[in-house]
Design a protein around this ligand. Structure first.
Ligand code: DGY
Length: 321
């Protein structure tokens, strides 16, 4: 019997893939760090019953228009803004993502980024490594307290809640803004709902965890940054396009806000000449929110399970549509 054809758009560890080779004919793009080119993606999408995609792959209407056999796109991310959902829906293709398995890992990174930015961890590390530590001084690398401050979470999904749980351990007050209220989180975590503007005005740390949609695109622009306290920090661990980076840069150099921690950027990978990289009060990471070995493994396995379910006529465990 001919096995269904699964194409994986990045080289993934063979030991995770191997058990699934019994059920599928699996081919992978041969590089781990180099993204697939458009021509190959189109060619493979035309042939595949399933594709396992990365958040950096643009799965648009023109690609899906050629995907005659495709039944599922399993995206290796909780976000799915790289996929044209309406085109997938029109063709009856399932789109799945990887929620839950990455929640705690991404919350860890978000909180680490907040801490690193507030306490100047990266800057202090490079200060020593560059041989600049000649004397101890009372205000050497003095940062800003995190404990007992106000955290403002924009986008209170699973990761937002996990960040709020961490904040409780630091005796922080937590405000959140979300499309819908989370009464259960309010009750169990003691977090408080706030209008977007109010949250910006009150928070010492504004953390963006909102998914990228037409409504959230550039929600952090000139107006938003001008509402924040001069002493406040902005942390983004969601999608870069939620932020107008020009406006963020201006807010930072005009000292309208104190600093920023960014795991994501408008155009990834960010160019090394990007102005944000010149600012010492900005901590930058290469989109590693869910990047631990354990979690990546769980994410890949979940994608493969979803593919197996859909190709055997069942519903995916974690489908978007
Ligand atoms: C996701 O899963 O959407 C994250 O951005 C990956 O780190």
């Amino acid at each position: 019997m001919v096995k269904p054809y699964l194409f994986v758009t990045r080289k993934l560890p063979e030991e995770i893939i191997r058990p699934f080779r019994r059920h599928f004919d699996i081919q992978m793009w041969p590089y781990e760090e180099k993204p697939i080119n458009r021509e190959t993606l189109e060619k493979e999408a035309r042939r595949a019953d399933a594709i396992l995609t990365m958040l950096s792959d643009q799965v648009d209407r023109s690609l899906l228009g050629q995907a005659e056999n495709l039944k599922i796109i399993a995206n290796l991310a909780v976000g799915y803004d790289n996929i044209d959902l309406s085109a997938a829906r029109d063709r009856g293709i399932t789109v799945s993502n990887t929620p839950d398995v990455l929640t705690e890992t991404t919350a860890d990174l978000t909180f680490a980024l907040l801490m690193a930015t507030a306490r100047r961890i990266v800057e202090a590390d490079s200060f020593i490594k560059k041989g600049q530590w000649n004397n101890w001084a009372p205000f050497l690398m003095a940062g800003t307290d995190v404990h007992h401050k106000t955290l403002g979470i924009v986008g209170m999904g699973r990761i937002g809640e996990a960040v709020a749980r961490r904040a409780r351990g630091f005796s922080m007050d937590v405000l959140y803004h979300n499309r819908t209220r989370h009464l259960q989180a309010e009750e169990s975590l003691g977090v408080q709902y706030a209008e977007f503007e109010f949250l910006l005005e009150q928070a010492d740390y504004v953390v963006c965890l909102a998914p990228l949609t037409e409504e959230t695109k550039h929600m952090f622009g000139e107006k938003a940054f001008s509402r924040m306290k001069k002493s406040a920090f902005f942390i983004n661990a969601s999608r870069g396009k939620n932020v107008d980076e020009q406006a963020l840069y201006q807010a930072l150099i005009r000292e309208e806000i104190a600093g920023a921690g960014l795991d994501v950027f408008e155009d990834e990978p960010i160019d090394s000449s990007h102005p944000l990289l010149t600012l010492q009060q900005v901590t930058c990471l290469p989109h590693i929110g869910s990047a631990t070995i354990e979690t990546r493994k769980r994410m890949i396995e979940l994608c493969l399970e979803n593919i197996a379910l859909v190709l055997s006529g069942k519903k995916a465990k974690t489908f978007v549509i």
